[in-house]
Design a protein around this ligand. Structure first.
Ligand SMILES: C[S@@+](CC[C@H](N)C(=O)[O-])C[C@H]1O[C@@H](n2cnc3c(N)ncnc32)[C@H](O)[C@@H]1O
Length: 244
């Protein structure tokens, strides 16, 4: 099975595809002083829920870039339900190739998708190019919660410690203005939502030829979560401003 299909299955009932909450996303809108003249570009926008929440609450407008058909179709459905077609544009594209308007946005965001540019620092470099002078970045990123992650886990993923994240932010001529970390409950909500998606798909597809692959993938994700995810892995949304 193609790796993207595992995600389509696991995320089939999720509109917010990260270990966070609608309340925290809305709070960030308030902290970033979003209003009806704020223009946002969101790379890897998934089902577009953050843009929708901000448009409803603060009147922002924006563009969401997403390359997966399932997520983009769900985003279109949610935008239509909220009658926000005049505020939110959705583009199906590979974000790494998408030609955005340089200097065209008050906020550039990428929540849980810095792998698009193969890392945290390269992602910051791209997001900065999208900003108007004085614009802000919102980036969601995993981090190692301690410097003592056993090498057998640390080398599996290209994550940074939070101190390294802070240093990279500063090296990119940015300052950290605000952040929200994910709680254990938000991690559990996100991880178990993936299992729920897979289990419901397995129940609906008892004779599917790739059924065992989905079961194995679910077990692999559960093992990772229990082996090191809960103990060593954090996730946070960081608000970045131009260097003070
Ligand atoms: C972890 S999800 C986060 C979705 C959304 N930001 C949210 O917070 O709900 C990452 C998203 O990035 C999308 N994505 C991954 N690579 C991409 C690419 N090259 N171009 C556009 N979207 C991409 C995935 O399809 C997925 O929907």
């Amino acid at each position: 099975m193609h790796w993207l299909e595992f995600y389509n299955i696991a995320e089939r009932h999720q509109d917010l595809i990260n270990p966070t909450s609608e309340e925290k996303i809305t709070k960030l809108g308030e902290k970033m002083k979003m209003n009806d003249s704020t223009r946002i570009i969101d790379f890897g926008c998934g089902c577009g829920l953050p843009l929708i929440l901000w448009a409803k609450q603060f009147g922002i407008s924006g563009i969401g870039i997403e390359f997966r058909e399932r997520s983009l179709n769900r985003a279109k459905e949610l935008v239509a339900e909220s009658r926000l077609e005049n505020k939110i544009e959705l583009v199906r594209a590979d974000a790494s190739k998408y030609k955005f308007e340089p200097g065209g946005f008050d906020i550039a965001s990428c929540m849980g998708a810095s792998f698009i540019w193969e890392g945290f620092q390269p992602t910051l470099k791209v997001l900065k190019k999208a900003l108007k002078p004085g614009g802000q970045i919102l980036i969601g990123e995993p981090y190692w919660m301690t410097d003592n992650v056993p090498p057998k886990y640390a080398t599996r993923e290209s994550f940074h410690s939070e101190l390294d994240i802070l240093k990279i932010i500063q090296r990119e001529d940015l300052d950290l203005a605000y952040m929200v970390r994910s709680s254990p409950d938000e991690w559990n909500r996100y991880e178990t939502a993936n299992w729920e998606g897979m289990i419901s798909w397995l129940n609906e597809n008892p004779d599917h030829s790739e059924r065992q692959e989905v079961i194995d993938k679910m077990h692999e994700w559960q093992d990772d979560y229990f082996r090191y995810g809960r103990q060593y892995l954090g996730w946070a949304l960081y608000v970045l401003i131009p260097k003070l």
